[in-house]
Design a binder for this molecule. Sequence first.
Ligand SMILES: *Cc1c(COP(=O)(O)O)cnc(C)c1O
Length: 406
Amino acid sequence: MNEQQQIMETENRYLANVFSKKPVVLTSGKGALLWDINGKEYLDCSSGYGIAALGHCHPKIVEAIKTQAEQLLTCHGSYYNDKRAQFIEKLVKITPKGLDKAFLSNSGAESVECALKLARKATGKTEIIALMGSYHGKTMGALSATWDKKYREPFFPLIPDIKHVAPDNPDKIREAITDKTAAVIIEPIRGEGGVRVPVAGYLQTVREICTNHDILLIFDEVQTGFGRTGKLFGCQNWDVTPDIMCLAKPFAGGLPIGITLAPESLMSMFKIGEHSTTFSGSPLVCAAGCAAIEVLIEEQLADKAALNGAYFKSQLEALATKHKSIKEVRGLGLMLGMELRTDVHGVLLKALDRGVLVLDAGRTVVRLLPPLIITKSQIDYAVNILDVVLEEEASERASSSRTVSN
Ligand SMILES: *Cc1c(COP(=O)(O)O)cnc(C)c1O
């Protein structure tokens, strides 16, 4: 057995079998590139699931982590810490107006848990309205707001009083509101649900409905935050500000973080002890987070995402004129989806084999979340590989249908 096989076997033997594993052992990364244990190079158009927005091992993140590692790794939230104070100040300087109080945690799901608890605590009401097709994480509370029944059904009963309504139609939200409704939770662009950009006016109207009914609007920006959509926060594409915002994935340059933001008037509804987690705002994570926000602003990555995203999208649209298997290209900034008329599983594996990492979003959507630092020539490279892979898939389908008709 070679080293790669040994590693794969060890993981398979001892880890819970809950990930759809790809046959590759990744061991190093730099910028938009990754290398496997055999030295083979990959272009990462997934940012490690939206985390490595600055690319892998950005030198400023590495430096910040190294320096802080020698200073202090851990400091419970019941004590003050210099890096935590620095991080939170940098963060609230860039968040939409009013969202200036934060609870720090360790993951996207945790940032949603906090939002749901805060909504109940602040309103004294229990019901949450979520959208069909949405994804908010897999802990019990967040899972209750997630749509896909394959994630939810094995774990019934979940927390009660969460209703799912069809997206893009404000009337569905109006109809679902009762005198017990605490909040509406929405991903500005649904990621896992297929990279779905809302129809024009939808988020603005939902904002009005929430304001008029005294209901809180929660935006789950775990995937859309941090410049990915061409604005620092996805909601800024529509000039809509939520009452509570959830952030996570890329905000600490690759280290685990979750952030729940709200105005002081809301966040102060939590009394001491009502919500906490032991790792909240660790110095190491906050040091990386400071560096991540600095790089995001200094390198104007939101603007770059808008420019390069538009280019990437136009190149995918050009592919769509050539490949009948492409049904639609969607997205904003560097959050792109290419819906196929076929299952995407083979495309993912073939692209991997040819050195490009892409994601799926449901059965028929290829999802692209490249690092915001990706270059035009790297985009060209990825598009070229997708072109070749789609061609290959089409000819395989053609030859297997010939076999069937024989
Ligand atoms: C990834 C994601 C989550 C869950 O984050 P985890 O860190 O995996 O718990 C929640 N909401 C959205 C929109 C996500 O993309």
